[in-house]
Design a protein around this ligand. Structure first.
Ligand code: ADP
Length: 397
């Protein structure tokens, strides 16, 4: 089957066309600045150069139209006609408590996603625009919603409740949901396959360390806990997000700086994390370079970052009562052996040992622990689009 994967943001749209039988990516691309002047479409057919087109896109329907034209273009297209697209898989950020798995999209599902808008006001409305635009242009093609929160719906109550009056959970569903679920699910399953062990009887800790970052504890194939909460702001120190902090800091900063709660939240989401701590960059390559040149702030930032990841891993080993494998994925986790080593060095007492040569590899599936390490440590590049394609194909078959 040929599956079109759509990941729709408020002013951008990422897509991939995947052949679900061979699991090859036939083409992929990105529309940027939708609804803003200076729109750009980048289209990359497999095995060919990327084609960049400067074209204004007044809305997402126009963007989807351009994507479909690119896919069927006589020179740079990869299919002869739109009839070849068997299904569309949409990445949806928040499924609240309504969705614990991917689902075929119909009117009721659209309504239910809409009801989760409050929980992800920036993302869900944009995801819905993607769904509606595709529906308008390809009304007969089945569509599937794959939720970032779904994999974490198996968390037990003790893991997802906050220590606040229960009525807020009852009335507003204020609780921890977790994100990056498609990645945590894909990477943890792949880990069991690589190790040749039974996924249903393993304890795995997945460290998804990208610009956004989260950790999950997976036991017997089910998520037990994860570091992001009601929103993606909780948990690890990220590229620009603060992660965990004392909530009293919000009022304190409002008063001291004379700013509103929304302004503080904007700082916590966009100006904090390693970017805010270092005052330099949210990109770990810049921070490692600055550190090697003697920049003290970069050094402190990287040690604060690694310490937080190690603390989470330690707490998840307690929550799981042991661990068989620790896995690194996403931009930083896949590409940087130095950061992986700094994190793993906290677990010498557990008998975790990294093979320096293997840990120096980048972006490939590999076991990076030594033969005699008590816990296996791996790198598994995440592939959220492929995971969405698999779920979509399974549902529309
Ligand atoms: P997201 O999907 O959350 O935007 P990614 O998973 O693509 O993020 O990760 C992006 C981050 O990966 C960049 O901000 C950069 O810091 C980091 N990264 C990429 N390559 C390297 C590398 N070789 N060393 C360290 N960090 C890297």
């Amino acid at each position: 089957m040929k599956i079109l994967i759509i990941n729709c943001g408020s002013s951008s749209l990422k897509y991939q066309l995947i052949d679900s039988d061979s699991e090859n990516v036939m083409a992929k691309g990105l529309c940027e600045r939708i609804g803003i002047d200076g729109g750009v479409l980048n289209h990359q057919p497999a095995g060919k150069d990327k084609i960049t087109t400067n074209v204004d896109m007044k809305d997402h329907v126009v963007a989807v139209k351009l994507v479909l034209e690119s896919l069927t273009d006589k020179d740079n297209g990869v299919i002869a006609s739109l009839d070849e697209i068997d299904a569309i898989g949409h990445r949806i950020v928040h499924g609240g408590e309504k969705f614990s798995e991917a689902t075929i999209i119909d009117d009721d599902v659209i309504k239910a996603i809409e009801e989760c808008n409050d929980l992800a006001p920036l993302h869900n409305p944009a995801n819905l625009i993607g769904i509606r635009s595709c529906r308008e242009l390809m009304p007969d093609v089945p569509m599937v919603a794959v939720f970032d929160t779904a994999f974490h719906q198996t968390m037990p109550k003790k893991a997802y409740l906050y220590g606040i009056p229960y009525e807020y959970y009852d009335k507003y569903k204020v609780r921890r949901y977790g994100f990056h679920g498609t990645s945590h699910s894909y990477v943890s399953k792949r880990t069991a396959e690589i190790l040749g062990q039974d996924y249903e009887s393993m304890k795995i800790i997945v460290c998804h360390l990208g610009n956004g970052a989260s950790i999950s504890a997976v036991k017997n194939g089910k998520c037990q806990d994860t570091s992001m909460g009601l929103t993606p702001l909780e948990g690890l120190i990220m590229g620009t997000r603060s992660g965990d902090l004392d909530p009293a800091i919000l009022e304190f900063l409002c008063q001291k700086e004379g700013i509103s709660i929304s302004e503080v939240l904007n700082i916590l989401n966009k100006k904090s994390g390693v970017y805010g701590l270092s005052g330099l960059s949210s990109d770990f390559r810049d921070l490692l370079k600055a550190e090697s040149e003697g920049d003290e702030k970069a050094k402190t930032t990287l040690s604060t970052y690694s310490y937080r990841v190690a603390k989470y891993i330690g707490s998840y080993i307690a929550a799981l009562n042991g661990v068989d494998a620790i896995v690194f994925t996403a931009g930083v986790g896949e590409n940087n052996g130095d950061i992986r080593k700094r994190i793993c060095d906290y677990f010498g007492y557990l008998g975790i040992k990294l093979d320096a040569e293997k840990n120096s590899k980048r972006g490939e599936e590999i076991i990076i622990s030594t033969e005699d390490s008590k816990v296996k440590v791996l790198v598994v590049p995440t592939n959220e689009e492929l995971a969405i394609a698999r779920e979509t194909a399974a549902l529309v078959k």
